[in-house]
Design a protein around this ligand. Sequence first.
Ligand SMILES: [Zn+2]
Length: 602
Amino acid sequence: MRSLKTTAIKLSYISSKRSYCHQFINPNFDSKATKSGGGNNTNDLLTNLGYIYQLPTAGLLHYLPLGLRTVKKIGDIIRKNLNNSIDANEFPVNEVSLSSISPTSLWVKTGRYPNDEVFTLNKNGDKNAKFLLVPTCEEEITAMMKPYLKSYKNLPQIVYQISRKYRYEKRPRGGILRGREFLMKDAYSFHVNERDALKCFDMMKSKYDLIFQAFKIPYVSAWADSGEIGGDRSMEYHYLHEIGEDKLMICDECGIASNIEKCQSTPVGKGQFKDPVEVTWCLNKEGDTLIGIYYPGTHELDPRRVVEAYGGEDLDLDTINMPNEKVLLKYQRENEDIMLASMVRLMDCRLHPRSNLPDFPLSKYSKFQFVTIDEVDLCFSKVGDVCEHCGTGHLRMEKSIEVGHIFYLGDKYSKPLDLKYVSKDNAQEVVKMGCYGIGLSRVLGSIAELTKDDIGLRWPSTIAPYTVSFVTPPNIHDDTSLLREIEHLKNNNSTNTSDDWLFDLRKDISLGKKINTSHAAGIPICCIIGRKSWPYIELEIRGKRYSNTWEKAYEMEGNGSKFDWVSKGEKASTNSKNRTFEKHLVHKDDLNSVLAILLKDL
Ligand SMILES: [Zn+2]
């Protein structure tokens, strides 16, 4: 009687633990969703396995326990690396949490509102929205820091937050990669001058490398155009994958990568292209100069290079995208005496001197008003172009998913929002800023996409919702002494990692289903506990190896020399047909040590 009572208490203790398998982990998930591969199926897989709940409204989702644990792990890695100093002279970094609601008036000042990519909040009957849901927080953070950065003595400062952001995607691709609500880490830095801000940019670059290395998945950092956010220096962090919407040009020699929009390269086949030559007409801002841009029909015109070749901001970029006829009409309408108006021809350097140019469209013009700028590069880099950085390698193009971006902002936000400090010389100076983002939901979605296989997900151990699962046959509940042993195993884990252990002791689910569920959910190691093998535990490794340090440890300490641990190599899976898993047999007393050795590589 007495022992029964004790068992009842112990049992309820096990089932009350947080890491006891919960009902969101679905043993009847539909594995077909993974088998067809690609597309949005990663979202279906995450949904089937109980990571996320997709709302009927496109682009919105809820995080379920497994998804939340994963995203928290990603956040923990980011926090740890931002908070820890690399060296003693480092700028201090502090975490904050800003409201998700921001007044539109602030965004009007920086020219980012009205904006049809933000969600606005309207009071009933009020046509003019006074608030919006933040897509990023440059405006708010600049306003918030104002009272704290009065003097040069208050600088530098770096603050960051991890929070939900909102963007009105017209056609959300749905799910986790491009939703209307997403989780983002955004950091902002404040400095007395550009030199300090760029030093901070480099410091954040080092921290980003540590963060992305901790995620274990190979990534590419690429020089990038600042685009919307603005500034002078910016770098993006990408995962290469065919479903990505970004395009990177990567050198096959030096490996330097750039976003295609920023890529600098030396064109191949200079002066050789004859046919067909395209021409795009545009105007200067005054409207009194007609500019003809001649380039190979096989290439795409790069507006940034055109502006550079023309030599200034005077070019009216809007007219580049207008149909040629419209531009020519506008030119003739705005210039009464065409004979006095000037014309510029920009000739791409790839063109052959005797290539067939399209006919000049105007009958009336003066040859004396004609200026030609030739030998200039006017087109986007193409596969095969010579890398500008090493001068020898050739460029290849890869599709990618952008997961992080760091910028030097200069005074883009501090100037319109009047963020000033008093300098050493008692002068009012504008604060220089930087901003640094990582999309946590994007990282989760990308890594799921990159690592999934026909069984399911396959997380690196650093971000897996649980690093280890323990599964038992359903009849374990008849074996009170073994149950006690399992409880002992859990409570005696001195390394404090047991919060990372998932115990699947469910009565109504077969051992095979439990193993399959653990593997499909992507938990790196599955420990199988049964009466027959006890006190030995069978380990099945689901995680991919990112290194092989365990082999040396096994050679030195395995096979009974220090640990009662036998590596059994690749064996047919206990339950998956046509699948082999790496298996190990470990004595319960050595389990903690062996798990620690194995997890290092996974
Ligand atoms: Zn190169």
